[in-house]
Design a protein around this ligand. Structure first.
Ligand SMILES: C[S@@+](CC[C@H](N)C(=O)[O-])C[C@H]1O[C@@H](n2cnc3c(N)ncnc32)[C@H](O)[C@@H]1O
Length: 301
């Protein structure tokens, strides 16, 4: 009986080459603590490509034929954990104070556009949460500040003349496809209460499908946060639980890009375990009832 071939081992030199390539491509930093995870995912890709050394795999990745495999590797390295209504305190701050402030400020200028970007949106729960909260905030806002054109019946999710766009981006095509599909099982819906299920989802078989009107607000697109070509003119950016996979220089570069991608006075939300402390002086921290956000400060850049 033949002994199954041992998987090739990853030398320090190969690890360094592959670490540097991944970092250069997407900003994810696999330090000593996370090298094991990287090695495990590389082993899987190596088997899949039927290659017998990490160096040949590296050569494939940097070759002109290797673009697809590189995308696949990056996809295998991402952590896509997410949920609806993640970090309630932060969402309360967004919903009750920040949206209110933006709507008032914009209406005073007769600017009826609102643009929110979920950067690193995973399977869509974050951008759909934003779309639901914005719809609620607009409905409530109009109860108190009716516009002459607001008497349309039935009332649309986004009352005219407002235009709302939630841009949802990620580096992984498979999560973008899941987000676009917008259908979630019972366990993914555990943090969605009855009133939200009723208003914003249709029950289809054993899944909950996001209603068409909500889907029309959310646009999914591929964007790699490592690059400079990112969605501009946002009023709010959510980039939660993404920066934690980058090292400090990359986090600084990303925060600078977010500054440029925000409208004056715009807001940035980062994850519960993340902070802008020590990364920038171009944002002011807002902390209310355990929720934290950062507002763009107008400085000469
Ligand atoms: C842990 S999930 C966070 C999802 C959501 N923001 C949340 O907090 O629930 C991190 C997401 O960031 C994405 N990501 C990682 N590096 C990225 C990059 N360079 N550009 C764009 N997205 C990236 C991953 O694919 C993953 O879907």
């Amino acid at each position: 009986m033949s002994t199954p071939a041992l998987p090739p081992s990853l030398s320090d030199a190969e690890l360094k080459l592959l670490q540097a390539l991944v970092y250069q491509e997407c900003g994810m930093h696999f330090d000593a603590r996370r090298a094991h995870f990287l090695e495990d995912r590389l082993q899987r890709r190596l088997r899949e490509c039927q290659l017998d050394s990490f160096y040949s795999y590296y050569r494939l990745l940097i070759s002109s034929d290797g673009k697809q495999e590189l995308a696949r590797l990056l996809e295998n390295l991402t952590i896509n954990e997410t949920s609806f209504f993640r970090n309630k305190a932060q969402l309360d701050l967004f919903h009750k104070f920040i949206l209110e402030e933006i709507l008032q400020r914009k209406q005073a200028r007769r600017d009826f556009s609102l643009r929110v970007w979920s950067a690193g949106c995973s399977t869509g729960q974050e951008p759909y949460t934003m779309a639901m909260l914005i719809s609620d905030a607009l409905a409530y806002y109009y109860l108190r500040n009716p516009l002459p054109t607001a008497n349309v019946s039935p009332r649309p999710l986004v009352p005219p003349p407002w235009k709302v766009e939630v841009m949802a981006s990620d580096i992984s095509y498979s999560v973008l496809r899941a987000g676009q599909e917008g259908a979630y099982n019972e366990s993914q819906m555990s943090s969605v209460d009855y009133s939200y299920r009723l208003r914003y989802f249709d029950k289809v078989g054993d899944r909950y499908a996001v209603k068409k009107a909500v889907k029309e607000i959310v646009h999914f697109d591929f964007h790699n946060l490592k690059t400079e070509y990112l969605p501009q003119r946002n009023d709010v950016i959510f980039c939660r639980n993404v920066m934690m996979y980058f090292d400090e220089p990359e986090q600084k570069r990303l925060v600078d890009k977010f500054y440029r991608c925000l409208n004056p006075g715009g807001y940035l939300f980062v994850g519960h375990a993340e902070s802008l402390l020590g990364l920038t002086d171009k944002f002011a921290m807002i902390h209310r009832n355990n929720g934290t956000a950062y507002q763009r400060v107008e400085v000469n850049v």
